[in-house]
Design a protein around this ligand. Structure first.
Ligand SMILES: [Mg+2]
Length: 368
């Protein structure tokens, strides 16, 4: 089987209301969908975000064109060679959007390999288990969203089967955020895991101050307390609180995770295959984490990560987005993942990633 073309479709749609975390406001969802086509008629798909762009897909598309040269005519099963041929640090950079585009292509190669052998990606990667506990992420700041509305969102999460939920902090005063966490803990009860995420909003001192105030609310993890490159700052926060620190969604490649782990920056890692270098690199990060007995709870993109977190022995939790993060979240793919009544998500038993984009819906939002 040979690769004949690599093509990207760019889709963008507005959120009814902008959502805000500790650091950024998001108005538009951008969905860059990569197609790797072959001479056998099979197509692998991968996708990535890059929401910050004012001209959706522009940079993403030109980087796909750049990488395409290394792929045309190649056998997709030589994925390690293809990864190495794309990741030329002197030319395209070791982090940032270039690695995110490489990631989307690598994800498409894995989807393609799964389709070619008729197996789910999870099985190609080791198939450690077939289901994983999940948490519903949300709890953003929004115009007109008070404590009552936040509590209602969490009640909806419970109704969907969630046994773990995540909320944002860092976008209001420490006193206000402690009150928001108190209300959510009261709403979900003592049995449900409650996670908080600051999206790098704090200084080390602020992070330690709020962590200590949140300890009575049995917080399962404190995500990205400080700037992503501040490994020592993460470690200082981790040493100052009983709440486990989680980080990694803004980390790139095995080299970044090597340094993060060496600094004892976190007790839980949140790698994102769409950012760090695709599925190939994610598995190397997962192995590195396993050698340090660190659990993996991937960031975002549940349709991809359900395969990865169930393939490995150190998988902890799957992050699940719903309409509170993206209004079309349950419609982008024809068979959306769902939580069961115990809060678990099952790996689709279909070839590749086992998802089909809902092109009929998506075409309304195609921008490039
Ligand atoms: Mg996060």
């Amino acid at each position: 089987m040979r690769i004949t073309d690599v093509e990207v479709h760019v889709y963008a749609w507005p959120r009814p209301k902008p959502i805000r975390n500790g650091k950024y406001t998001y108005t538009t969802v951008v969905f860059n969908l990569v197609h790797v086509r072959t001479d056998e008629g099979l197509t692998g798909i991968g996708w990535g975000g890059a929401t910050a762009s004012t001209r959706p897909g522009e940079v993403f598309r030109s980087l796909v064109e750049h990488f395409k040269v290394a792929l045309i005519g190649a056998d997709p099963f030589t994925y390690r060679r293809l990864w190495a041929n794309m990741w030329l640090p002197k030319i395209v950079g070791r982090r940032g959007l270039t690695t995110q585009v490489l990631s989307a292509i690598d994800i498409a190669l894995w989807d393609l390999m799964g389709k070619a052998v008729g197996q789910p990606v999870a099985k190609l990667l080791g198939g450690y288990t077939d289901r994983i506990p999940a948490y519903i992420a949300g709890g953003y700041y929004e115009e007109g969203k008070g404590l009552k509305e936040l509590a209602r969102e969490m009640e909806e999460n419970l109704a969907l089967g969630a046994k773990a939920v995540k909320m944002k902090i860092g976008g209001a005063s420490i006193a206000e955020d402690v009150e928001r966490v108190r209300v959510v803990r009261e709403t979900v009860g003592p049995q449900v895991k409650l996670l908080v995420d600051a999206n790098n909003a704090y200084s080390v001192h602020e992070a330690i101050a709020i962590a200590r105030k949140l300890e009575p609310y049995d917080v399962f993890w404190f995500e990205e307390p400080v700037a992503p490159d501040d490994y020592r700052g993460h470690a200082r926060v981790a040493r100052a609180t009983t709440i486990p620190v989680a980080t990694g969604e803004n980390e790139y490649t095995r080299y970044g995770f090597r340094d993060l782990i060496a600094h004892e920056a976190a007790a839980i890692l949140n790698p994102d295959a769409q950012i760090l270098g695709g599925i190939t690199e994610f598995m190397q990060v997962a192995a590195l984490a396993a050698a340090h007995d660190l659990p993996i709870a991937p960031h975002g993109a549940q349709e991809i990560h359900v395969h990865l977190v169930t393939a490995i022995p150190n998988g902890l939790l799957l992050e699940v987005y719903r309409e509170t993060v993206d209004p079309l979240r349950s419609q982008i793919f024809t068979e959306p993942l769902r939580l069961d009544k115990n809060g678990y998500v099952r790996v689709p038993d279909r070839p590749g990633l086992g998802v089909e984009p809902n092109y009929e819906l998506l075409q309304r939002y195609r921008v490039a």
